[in-house]
Design a protein around this ligand. Sequence first.
Ligand code: HEC
Length: 191
Amino acid sequence: MKKILTSLFVLATFSLAKNIVYSDEIISLYLHQNDTKVVGRLLPTNAFEILEEQNAKVLVKINGYLNPKSPSVIYFNNSQRIIVAAFSKNIKLNFSQIKKGKNGKWDKVSIKIWADKKDFFKDNKKMLSRAKELFSNNCGICHALHSEKEFSANAWPAVFKSMVNRTGIDKKDQWLIIEYLQKNAKDFKIK
Ligand code: HEC
């Protein structure tokens, strides 16, 4: 009897477990399942939940923070410009507010939206090591490698973009490396 109960319990927890995944490349986002018009982009290394799969699309839930000054961007934490997903400006988006930000901190929100189905990953460790390797192999050729900790999370995108054209870094890996640098910046905050 105890065995049966335990297996039922395991089964229940298993089916309740959220399907949290990560992508190492940019994912296109759509308002409806059959849309071809891209309304946003989900950036690499960020967690999202898969709610449903339909043909080549997945319905995903993205959590993050909304800065009232840029309401078409979901950020990773409540104060730094580390982008999780960015949307077209003239699109009506249905964010659900999870928690109101206090003292000028941004509101915690989530959004359900359709995305292209790809080979997603169960964690982002390997892609972050690949990003570190790409950064180390490409950014220390002409001068000593600048440390991840040398710049703030907000400063890294511009610094990186001003230099990336001098490297052979593939266009599809650029946001992977930017996210890696921001998440290892000197002032990075997890929340
Ligand atoms: C082809 C040579 C070359 C490569 C490759 C290169 N850099 Fe530079 N970097 C330079 C030169 C030259 C300067 C001096 C300033 C300038 O020319 O803009 C510089 C300056 C810098 C600075 C100092 C400027 C500042 O804003 O303080 C940083 C930081 C930097 N590079 C980061 C990087 C990163 C990150 C990469 C990899 C994406 C990279 N570099 C790849 C040549 C290179």
